[in-house]
Write a protein that binds this ligand. Sequence first.
Ligand code: NDP
Length: 327
Amino acid sequence: MTRAIRIHAQGGPEALRFEAVEVGAPGPGEVRLRHTAIGLNFIDVYHRSGLYPPPQPLPFVPGSEGVGIVEAVGEGIADIKVGDRVGYAGPTGAYSEERIITAERLVPVPDGIDDAIAASVLLKGLTARYLLRQTYVVTPQTVLLFHAAAGGVGSIACQWAAALGATVIGTAGSAQKAARAHTLGCDHVINYREEDFVQRVTDITDGAKCDVVYDSVGKDTFIGSLDCLKPRGMLVSFGNSSGAVPPFEMNLLQRKGSLYATRPTLGHYVAKRSELLDAAADLFEMILSGKVRIDAPERFPLADAAKAQTALETRRTQGSVVLIPHH
Ligand code: NDP
């Protein structure tokens, strides 16, 4: 027996129950992984609250990012062995001391990147990468707006966008977070709880506005984000931290300037194992070369996952947060 957080019915933070679970032996193509650090992500909140349907039949173990040591391997696995230090972003089941996971989704963690850092960057850093390098190809000519710049994904993405040479405008919800966003390479930071971000973007760009807006806040910022775009600019709506974007008329995109809008998700960008390995290698290289600096994440014991989620959903966190299974 081992212990995990399980959700028996979606709801508030009290839905997260720390209890004994059976893990069993890995089947063909699977490994048994002992977690050393688990990443906390906003999608964990959606899976708990019911904004997203349960990712597995109830009761399920939430969490989509983790790092650990391989304890046992099933049949038919060539490139992963017992004792390897590996991580993943994707299959739910991370809020656990140990789990079974398909080997296809694991990536090796290089020396020089510790477990907590790796568990805080796999899902968020791979997201930052596809958003900036694939969904919209950012270049030194790009002027972009990134909402929640001091958050988990935002902290990585703003540094990466600055490294690509773009002009980076970030939003943040407090003076402290705004100061952090500046240190992350934002050329301009807007405290969107106090300032009208559309007006500020218009002023900063002398009326030219942005090529691309990355919006994970969702409901509260969606219309304003469209108003921050140049004609033929692209809205990348990739999250719902304030709630889901309500249905809108397609013609709105025409009226606001022949805009593009996309609603991407990481899984579709790393579906093939080769894509996952290439993206992870690129992310780790950005970190090891110092182009993207990762601060030590805030830590909570796994048993306190409810406290950690409450901090995340009430905007009290900066950067990344990890859950530590063994205390
Ligand atoms: P963050 O650390 O960025 O936390 C969310 C931040 O959003 C808050 O800290 C807060 O920053 C801001 N925010 C604005 N309004 C609200 C609100 N009403 N309630 C809560 N937060 C609000 O989280 P993550 O790094 O884990 O994720 C960032 C976003 O990216 C999430 O929306 C997530 O779902 C999305 N995401 C999408 C992926 C994809 O592939 N589509 C993959 C990974 C993440 P501030 O106080 O500065 O406003």
